[in-house]
Ligand binder design. Structure first.
Ligand code: ATP
Length: 607
């Protein structure tokens, strides 16, 4: 008997370790939920007619700050027989023509409007018109509309550039994926076996970031699920983002819980039907005609069986179970009924990097043990080399079929952008150069559609912010700078403290006008800065390494220059905007104190 027939929890690879502290993320949040329709409709500015306080303050407005200064109000004993009270209290009642005159403080009938229980409120309207209670604190005395000061009115009044901005966001799943027909067809050809009740081959999808791997795979899986419903073939796709769900415990727990939930739904539906059928069958056995049961007792025992299955299905907790128990729970849940399951593991390289290939090993061997169901794995990765780290058996099983997503060229990106822009922007909102320029910039990167879409969206936002009528080439260039700066800010913000100090030393030198900064100079300032904030001082060799890392990240440019008989050194210059980078560094709580180091750095050069 070969080892493949062992049960999952005995095969040793399911692991015995308890994954403490793991949290099972709900994948539903990662799923695309934006339908994009909401943002399309900009709210209309209100005219203020809905305001509570519909007073026209007239010639003598109420003094809200000091109500006692209001004539009439200060005299609670005032007789309402002067007739003015009637017109004030009937304001708002269109059936009372005499209320057309502006309401003044004198007009307010104190006895009627300010009840003893709430001296701050005025009752507007009489008993026939219904009453509206208005707090004095809410009364807006100006003539203009009550609720807003028009902060947003100007912004809303301009003809917006966007028709539906959500369409340009990464969360939006497009209905059409130009230039991916070949890859989509390849996937469909492999997965169609699932609709025939057979096990599809495992698929590995490779391609650089932004080449449409996830979008295409999700598109295919939606099609697969809807076709399976159409033909009533049990086939399900489960999506897991391994960047978030990156341990064996989490992956198995998440899958187990999804299948348990689905099983419970199916059980509930069947129970509903049987609970209706059972009393009918007791009264009249012919009610069972056409059903799978011959007697009411059979129906009853099936109900009991389903109820006990349902009660036994225990969801996997976030943490704390041994992994082999999670595995067997997942196994039982998948195998509970007949179906073909496609498990989509996006960013699969992150899972392998974080927790090795145990999960893939276990998943890829499950089919030989499952009785009712079959599973197929679809791995998505932008790291072409990640399979080098896999166990050869896992590697061959996982890579049964491989599909490569090549980068887009500028023309393809142009098509992709055009498709989206038609929905995202108002007619004529884009000048002719905008899409080609966005496509060209993104093609230079590495044919990244995500970057192209970001550029287009940011350019639109900048145009909108500048209240321009159309998006122009200049907006795309600004957007390119902005995205680049955002990237730099993010990279700098997440640097380790030591690298931040090295970078800060370089910035201080440049700010003090030092040209051709060399490693030695950076190291000297670095040391002083470390002393200043009580950080460990690394050796000059380590600091040189950190400079090389900053170079690789594109933050500094370090060139090796020969100094003749003085040996070789690195000349360092900043490749990022100095002020913004400095601001990011100083926002780090430890480095914030270094600001005071400026004078002493200056002093060093004065010596
Ligand atoms: N052919 C295409 N047509 C329309 N939109 C596309 C196309 N290819 C990619 N996109 C869009 O580009 C963005 C990035 O695509 P996707 O997430 O599928 O890339 P990916 O290859 O999975 O990248 P990563 O490896 O970084 O996850 C998404 O917004 C997607 O809708």
């Amino acid at each position: 008997m070969d080892e493949e027939t062992q049960s999952g929890d005995e095969n040793g690879r399911a692991g015995e370790d308890v994954d403490e502290g793991d949290v099972v993320e709900s994948e539903s949040s990662a799923a695309d939920t934006t339908d994009g329709s909401e943002s399309a409709n900009s709210p209309k500015p209100t005219d203020g007619s809905g305001s509570d306080a519909q007073f026209d303050a007239g010639e003598q407005p109420l003094d809200v700050d000091d109500p006692s200064r209001n004539k009439g109000i200060e005299d609670p004993s005032r007789d309402d027989s002067d007739g003015g009270g009637e017109s004030a209290t009937s304001r708002g009642d269109s059936s009372q023509p005499e209320s057309a005159e502006p309401v003044t403080a004198e007009d307010i009938d104190i006895e009627e409007s300010i009840g003893p229980e709430d001296p701050d409120s005025i009752r507007v309207g009489d008993s026939t018109a219904g009453t509206t209670e208005v707090s004095l604190d809410e009364v807006v005395l100006d003539d203009d509309d009550g609720d807003s000061q028009g902060l947003f009115d100007d912004l809303l009044s301009g003809e917006p550039i966007f028709e539906n901005k959500e369409v340009l966001r990464p969360s939006y799943t497009p209905r059409e994926l130009p230039h991916r027909t070949e890859q989509i067809n390849q996937m469909a050809t492999i997965l169609v076996s699932a609709l025939r009740g057979e096990t599809p081959s495992n698929i590995l999808i490779y391609g650089k970031t932004g080449t449409g791997k996830t979008a295409s795979a999700k598109f295919v899986s939606q099609e697969l699920e809807s076709t399976s419903k159409k033909y009533d073939v049990p086939c399900e796709v489960e999506y897991i983002n391994c960047e978030v769900t990156d341990t064996q415990y989490r992956v198995l727990a998440q899958l187990a819980n999804k299948f348990i939930e689905k099983n419970q739904d199916v059980i509930e539906t069947e129970l509903d039907e049987l609970n209706e059928l059972h009393p009918q069958a007791v009264d009249d056995p012919t009610a069972l005609a056409g059903s799978a049961y011959e007697t009411a007792d059979e129906v009853e025992s099936r109900i009991e069986e389903l109820e006990s299955d349902r009660d036994e299905m225990e969801p996997v907790p976030m943490t704390g179970w041994p992994t082999d128990r999670v595995y067997s729970t997942f196994f039982d849940a998948v195998d509970y009924r007949e179906r073909v399951v496609v498990i989509m593991l996006d960013e699969i390289d992150k899972l392998v990097e974080k927790s090795g290939d145990d999960t893939l090993y276990n998943l890829s061997r499950m089919n030989s043990e499952l009785d009712n169901s079959r599973i197929s794995i679809m791995g998505i990765s932008n790291d072409l080399k990640f399979t080098d780290f896999l166990d050869p058996r896992v590697k061959s099983s996982l890579g049964e079929e491989e599909i490569v997503f090549p980068p887009y060229d500028a023309n393809q990106l142009r098509d992709i952008l055009q498709h989206r822009a038609n929905v995202a922007f108002k007619d004529d909102a884009l000048t002719d150069d905008v899409i080609p320029l966005c496509a060209a910039f993104a093609a230079q990167e590495h044919g990244d559609a995500r970057r192209a879409l970001d550029l287009l969206r940011t350019a639109g936002e900048l145009a909108e912010r500048g209240q321009a009528d159309t998006v122009e080439e200049a907006h795309v260039r600004q957007a390119q700078d902005k995205i680049e700066l955002d990237r730099v800010v993010e990279v700098v913000r997440t640097l380790p403290t030591q690298s931040k100090i090295v970078l800060f030393a370089t910035i201080l030198l440049e700010k003090n006008g030092v040209r051709n900064v060399n490693t030695g100079e950076v190291f000297n300032i670095y040391k002083r800065l470390c002393e200043e904030i009580d950080a460990d001082v690394l050796t000059q060799r380590r600091v040189t390494d950190l400079i090389s890392e900053l170079d690789m990240l594109g933050i500094v440019n370090a060139v090796v220059v020969s100094k003749g008989r003085y040996g070789r050194t690195k000349e360092i210059s900043l490749s990022v905007p100095i002020d913004e980078t400095e601001a990011v560094l100083l926002s780090d709580s430890r480095l914030g104190d270094i600001e005071n180091a400026q004078p002493f750095v200056q002093a060093r050069f004065d010596n």
